[in-house]
Write a protein that binds this ligand. Structure first.
Ligand SMILES: C[S@@+](CC[C@H](N)C(=O)[O-])C[C@H]1O[C@@H](n2cnc3c(N)ncnc32)[C@H](O)[C@@H]1O
Length: 228
């Protein structure tokens, strides 16, 4: 049986603040967890045996729209997604099963833990799409985008690899701009677009569940950086 809240033993610096489960898991979804999940699940102590030239990494894939899209578009890439939210994981497992996707791996916990364990310079593309904004000031430290996290991602990225961060939240956008304009960041990443630029095409990045929600109020901003 799949364990929803794994043991906290052996976990270092685990920082997850959102929900791990919202809706109850239906029987068919339990079946996916018990069958497909075991074939795609990875962890810091159980990494893929080899990393191809193209490795696509997503922090907080939600329902997995982008990761499934990238996996289909780049069949030779290894797509690694991190998501502790169990309902999101079952959505992606459904896509993997329905579309027979064989190049996706899932880590069901804090992306930081997996990033720390990955070999250096393996990621060719990284995505952080519509992360939880944690609008209250006392919760800002929960935001997944921080100088520390982007520099950790950088250490695992290939030279010229692309990092895309998207948000629809004005306060989070300001926070991201504050981080990404600093010399410390700019000595690792070059900005490739401007805030006013259009979002990447849907062929590059599909509209995710959270972007769709955001579009009811305001469009998201996509910031793209190249690792140097
Ligand atoms: C607002 S949702 C956005 C989901 C998706 N990217 C989208 O655009 O629809 C943010 C997701 O990040 C996940 N998350 C939060 N902290 C995380 C962490 N430390 N590592 C990996 N995922 C995380 C949450 O569980 C949540 O599903």
């Amino acid at each position: 049986m799949y364990e929803i809240m794994p043991s906290m033993e052996n976990r270092k610096n685990r920082t997850i603040y959102g929900r791990r489960q919202a809706r109850p898991i239906k029987e068919a979804q339990k079946h996916l967890l018990e069958t497909v999940f075991s074939t795609v699940k990875i962890s810091p102590s159980n990494l893929p045996a080899a990393f191809p030239d193209e490795v696509i990494f997503e922090v907080g894939f939600g329902s997995g729209e982008n990761l499934a899209h990238q996996a289909k578009k780049y069949p030779n890439a290894l797509c690694i997604g991190c998501e502790p939210f169990i309902n999101g994981i079952v959505s992606l497992l459904g896509k993997i099963s329905a579309e027979d996707l064989s190049n996706i791996h899932i880590f069901d916990d804090d992306a930081t833990l997996l990033l720390q364990a990955l070999p250096e310079h393996c990621i060719s593309k990284a995505f952080i799409l519509f992360p939880d904004p944690w609008p209250k000031k006392r919760h800002h430290k929960r935001r997944v985008v921080s100088m520390e996290s982007v520099l950790l991602i950088h250490g695992k990225m290939q030279k010229n690899g692309m990092l895309t961060i998207a948000t629809d939240h004005p306060g989070y956008l300001e926070w991201i701009v504050e981080i990404t304009k600093q010399e410390k960041f700019r000595s690792h990443f070059l900005p490739m677009n401007a805030i006013k630029d259009a979002r990447p095409s849907e062929d590059e990045i599909p509209i995710t569940r959270y972007e769709k929600k955001a579009l009811e109020n305001r469009p998201g901003t996509f910031l793209i950086f190249k690792a140097i």
